[in-house]
Design a protein around this ligand. Structure first.
Ligand SMILES: [Zn+2]
Ligand SMILES: [Zn+2]
Length: 185
């Protein structure tokens, strides 16, 4: 009786010292809570998750370069355009950042023939962020000197966030869009 009860417990395949009742629903190996990753279809081991990700990762090295250049140029252009719009800065930053983010994703997707990978998403986000940041640098320096430098730290921080809003909205939009693309199928 006790022997039977014992058999229900297996040890985690990565942690032989840990008893567990969980199993990966793909490879059926026993996994402990730390090794289990919850997916929409149940618990999976980290190896199965990694293998699954590799199938989705189809982007080639040249795609990273193409995606990076497109994102940098469009992110930079959008940042300049946003500064020219005579609207409340936070409103135009939200609109232009969102639109430009979507535009970059569409352009990159077309240019790389819909190939995708997490690295590509990351490269595109960083390149767009760096491009978008360049037109802000002078403004940020001025804010830093006059607000933060003068000890008005809180007000300075708000100013910095407002002037970075375009870049933040841009990066978040791209990240969400690109990752939606990775997991959608
Ligand atoms: Zn597994
Ligand atoms: Zn484990």
């Amino acid at each position: 009786m006790t022997e039977e009860l014992h058999d229900e417990y297996q040890v985690c395949y990565r942690h032989p010292d840990r008893k567990t009742l969980l199993r990966c629903n793909k490879c059926n190996r026993p996994i402990c809570l730390e090794c289990a990753v919850q997916t929409p279809t149940g618990y999976r081991c980290k190896d199965c998750i990694k293998n699954q990700q590799k199938i989705f990762d189809t982007a080639e090295t040249k795609d990273l370069l193409i995606g990076g250049v497109i994102a940098f140029v469009l992110g930079l252009a959008g940042s300049y355009i946003e500064q020219l719009i005579p609207l409340f800065s936070f409103l135009s930053a939200l609109i232009v950042g969102g639109v430009c983010g979507k535009l970059i994703c569409t352009a990159v997707r077309r240019a790389v023939n819909k190939r995708r990978s997490q690295t590509l998403s990351l490269v595109v986000v960083i390149a767009a962020g760096v491009g978008g940041l360049i037109p802000r640098l002078t403004g940020l320096r001025i804010i830093w000197i006059y607000y933060v430098g003068a000890g008005m730290a809180l007000s300075g921080l708000t100013q910095i966030l407002v002037s970075l809003l375009y870049v933040i909205v841009l990066c978040v939009t791209i990240w969400m869009d690109m990752n939606g693309m990775v997991f959608r199928r």
